[in-house]
Design a protein around this ligand. Structure first.
Ligand SMILES: [Zn+2]
Ligand SMILES: [Zn+2]
Ligand SMILES: [Zn+2]
Length: 240
C-alpha cells in the first residue's frame, strides 16, 4: 500500500501526517503559515495575509468583514456592526462620532439645506451675516440658533474660512415683511454683540443678501443670486 506524500505547496517541504494547515486549496507547513498567513479575528480561520481585510488592528477574512463589519467613514478603522454609530446615514466608530457631535451646531462651509420660504409675496431675501471677534464656539452657536429658531427653522450656522474667530449665520429665504416683523433679528443681534461678536466693524466680515431671481422679472440675464449693496441691509436690520 502506497502512502500519500504530503508536501507544503509553497516551499515543498515534506510534511508528516499530523502536520500542515490547509488555506483555501493549499497545504502549508508551519513556517509558511507564519510567513504568509494570519488568523481571522472573527472566525479564527487561517487566511492569507495578502487577502485579509485589515486596518492594522483588526484582521478579518473577506467573508467575516462583509457579513459583520464596516469601516468608519472618517478614520477608516474596522468596526463591528454592533459598535457602529450612525449619523446622517453614515457610519462611524464611537470616537469619531463623538467628534462629530461636538461641532454639530456649526455646519461645514459647504452645507446647503433645502430652502424653506417664509412669508408671502414674490420677493424672498436670504441673509448671510458673518460674526467674528469672539470664538467659533458651539454653545454660542447653539444659543443664537435657539433665539432665531424658537418657532421655526429660520437660520443655520456655518463655518467660514475667511473668519478668524466666529462663524456665518445664514437665514432661509424670507419676505421683507417676515424679516422685519416675524424673524427676531433684534434679539439675535443683541445677544451676539453682548457675547462679544462683531460684524461690520471688522476686516473679515460682510453681509450678503440673496434674492430669488423671479423677484426681478423675466430678465434672463439676471444672475440667479444677486447681492445688494450694504446700505439696504443696514436699514433693514439696524446693524451696529
Ligand atoms: Zn512551507
Ligand atoms: Zn473570518
Ligand atoms: Zn472612526
Amino acid at each position: 500500500m502506497e502512502e500519500e506524500v504530503r508536501i507544503c505547496t509553497h516551499c515543498g517541504e515534506i510534511l508528516a501526517e499530523y502536520e500542515g494547515t490547509t488555506v483555501d486549496d493549499d497545504l502549508l507547513c508551519d513556517d509558511c503559515v507564519d510567513e504568509l498567513c494570519t488568523t481571522c479575528d472573527h472566525c479564527r480561520d487561517t487566511i492569507w495575509t495578502e487577502e485579509c481585510v485589515t486596518d492594522g488592528h483588526t484582521y478579518l477574512c473577506r467573508e467575516c468583514f462583509n457579513n459583520h463589519y464596516r469601516r468608519c467613514e472618517r478614520c477608516d478603522n474596522i468596526i463591528h456592526d454592533d459598535n457602529i454609530c450612525w449619523h446622517n446615514d453614515l457610519h462611524y466608530c464611537c470616537s469619531c462620532y463623538d467628534d462629530i457631535d461636538d461641532d454639530d451646531e456649526i455646519e461645514d462651509y459647504s452645507y446647503k439645506p433645502d430652502p424653506v420660504f417664509y412669508g408671502d409675496g414674490k420677493r424672498y431675501l436670504g441673509v448671510e451675516l458673518k460674526f467674528d471677534c469672539c470664538s467659533k464656539d458651539d454653545d454660542n452657536a447653539s444659543t443664537l440658533k435657539e433665539i432665531a429658531n424658537a418657532r421655526h427653522e429660520h437660520i443655520y450656522i456655518k463655518s467660514d474660512g475667511s473668519i478668524d474667530d466666529g462663524f456665518e449665520v445664514v437665514s432661509h429665504p424670507m419676505s421683507l415683511d417676515y424679516h422685519m416683523n416675524k424673524m427676531d433679528w433684534e434679539t439675535l443681534l443683541k445677544k451676539a454683540i453682548n457675547t462679544g461678536y462683531r460684524s461690520h466693524q471688522t476686516s473679515t466680515c460682510g453681509l450678503h443678501i440673496h434674492v430669488n431671481r423671479n423677484a426681478f422679472g423675466d430678465n434672463r440675464r439676471c444672475h440667479n443670486m444677486v447681492e445688494i449693496s450694504k446700505s439696504l441691509p443696514k436699514k433693514i436690520f439696524h446693524l451696529p
